[in-house]
Design a protein around this ligand. Sequence first.
Ligand code: ADP
Length: 363
Amino acid sequence: SDSSPPPMPWFGMDIGGTLTKLVYFEPKDLSEAEEASEVESVKSIRKYLKSSSAYGETGHRDIHLQMDNLIIGKRKGTLHFIRFPTSEMNPFLALAKSKGLATMASTICATGGGAYKFEEDFKREVNLSLHKFDELDSLIRGIEYIEDNNVDKECYYFVNSRDQDNCQKCTYDFSNPYPYLIVNIGSGVSILSVYGPNNYKRVSGTSLGGGTFLGLCCLLTSCQTFEEAIELAAKGNNHEVDKLVKDIYGGDYDRFGLGGDVVASSFGHMNSKEKRSKVSKEDLACATLTTITNNIGSIARMVAANEKIEKVVFVGNFLRVNQISMRMLSHAMDYWSNGQLKAIFLEHEGYFGAVGCLLELLK
Ligand code: ADP
């Protein structure tokens, strides 16, 4: 647009069912005059955000995702990526207030269900009106913007996804994207078909998502965090928990091309008291991760076949620090489609909704 950009600070926020994602644009091209005339509180917010990568008890800045020399709203600067649990919204608002956010007449663009749920709290605690945007519009805008602007290559895929020693992460050229499927694995899962710019629909979804994995894993293993759940899963073996084709057939089910190592029944061994007594936390975590991941993979495949789309882009924070699931999805897409489908992943996995929101602010 040709109107002047909104006053700083520039934020975009995605308040999800589990995590709140915040992106912050730090201008690096301020003239001396601009710097001098800058409001004190804007300066102090910038200093605070940059001073550390941990905020309060549970806030984190993902420094490895930071993007430098980005042009947004005709300004050059750095984009920062910050997250905290949505359950910590009240302490977050208190922190924001203590840093002077309430004294700025700024606008925050927000998306995700929390933009509705916490609207009153933002107004009351920090005197901010949220400008609300749709989360799926924001997600796609964010993906397309970051993919176009990340000089360090945003998209990748795996080769030899099943082979621990030879598995490789490779850059994927997404310059010609349409049509593609987005599988957004957050607390729940949404699947979108994107046919062209501003042309998409939400085709499917499932409530068995990242929240289900973490919830079940906490129940079954008494783990406390997502990171811990993933670490347990990495050390476990789902074959102690799941019933495989070979447990039923004694080998492969050749007639329909099912290998003996394919899971026939997720958690199918756990009806046996003896097997239950031998199973470890690690095995249970691994089986939970496998069950949830393969179910999502299988829904994604059916949708892709229905839509006649070959590129499947997986995003959402379920994939954070979770190469296990990415590799399982890569293998599942490849194997069950005879190489027709391609699983694609993005470096900024869970932040696209927040980025899309920031772009709305500057439109
Ligand atoms: P939402 O918008 O629904 O909050 P996200 O894309 O942020 O969705 O993904 C949330 C999911 O990411 C969780 O259900 C969990 O599986 C996973 N996750 C990754 N990192 C964390 C974390 N630090 N805390 C909680 N969940 C996490």
